[in-house]
Design a protein around this ligand. Structure first.
Ligand code: AMP
Length: 287
């Protein structure tokens, strides 16, 4: 059965999502970006390009089986969906922000009846209800940060990544509604219908994400240093050790190591007399 996968057609999540699909071996051909719909060349997968905001709704309505969107949009939709994988990008949080001149330093100081502009009306309403506050929600589709200065609202809730947009607009963050990042989501109904295909795509994404943090390391080491080397590079279940034809003094060792350990490991190997040390990127790592 054809798997229908929804991906963001623009915005912050678009570029990395496409990269993840391509690295996962889902061949989208040449003209990605200009199409609303693509059939993968090498798998029974249809990729549908939609707004990140619409992904949860389309899954809940059964129009697509799975999709990539943010935790924020998923929670805002209020739909009963299943998160299957954190994708470790698109990090942000939905913040409550006030003009610096307001003197407010915490969301608890916001008065009943205040007007809050937001693109996340449901999450914002729930947040203030949870605080026992009765605020007026004004739904806008973007550019929340200018709403207080335009007189549209008193305060806002908006996504914050680096915080520079708030700063530029002289807004102060006074509350955090939800932490977000890009995720893969699906529904119970889609899992029952197409569970294996969904899991295959998720496993594929995961193998790419894991591999991006790792390097494949190769080095020729003096034979009598093998025990020390096994401590320096434990690898996944220990390094692979190979004889080198015509060289009785050295052994070749291969191992997968964390990218953050490359600098230290190479220096340690050099110190025990290793030669021909090289590292290469890994495309996929399946355990
Ligand atoms: P920043 O200045 O880095 O804090 O980014 C804030 C602006 O980028 C706001 O207009 C947000 O709506 C938008 N933004 C930040 N992170 C995300 C995200 N993960 N997904 C969508 N929009 C985002």
């Amino acid at each position: 059965m054809t798997l229908r996968l929804g991906v963001p057609n623009k915005g912050r999540l678009n570029e990395r999502t496409i990269e993840l699909l391509v690295k996962s071996g889902i061949d989208l051909g040449e003209d990605i970006g200009r199409r609303l719909y693509l059939k993968a060349k090498n798998q029974d997968i249809e990729v549908i390009f939609v707004r990140a905001q619409d992904v949860p709704v389309f899954i809940a309505e059964g129009a697509i089986d799975m999709g990539i969107t943010g935790i924020d949009e998923t929670a805002e939709s209020g739909r009963d969906l299943i998160k299957i994988l954190d994708l470790q990008f698109g990090y942000c949080h939905l913040a409550v922000a006030v003009p610096e001149a307001s003197g407010i330093t915490d969301a608890s100081q916001i008065a009943d009846g205040s007007r809050i502009a937001t693109s996340f009306p449901n999450l914002t309403r729930k947040y203030f209800e949870g605080m026992g506050k009765n605020v007026q929600i004004i739904t806008v589709t973007g550019a929340c940060e200018i709403m207080p200065y335009m007189g549209v609202s008193d305060y806002i809730t908006d996504l914050v990544s680096t915080g520079s947009t708030l700063k530029t607009n002289r807004l102060r963050e006074v509350g955090n509604i939800i932490e977000s990042q890009a995720v893969v989501i699906t529904s119970k109904a889609a899992m029952e219908k197409n569970g294996q295909a969904i899991q295959d795509v998720v496993d594929s994404f995961q193998s790419v994400i894991i591999a991006e943090d790792k390097k494949y390391l190769m080095a020729d080491i003096p034979k009598d240093k093998l025990e020390i080397v096994e401590k320096i590079i434990p690898g996944i279940g220990g390094p692979t050790v190979l004889e080198i034809a015509g060289n009785s003094e050295y052994l070749a060792v291969h191992a997968v190591i964390d990218g953050k350990d490359v600098f230290k490991t190479i220096n340690e190997l050099k110190r025990i007399g290793a030669k021909g040390i090289l590292t290469t990127p890994i495309e996929r790592l399946v355990n």
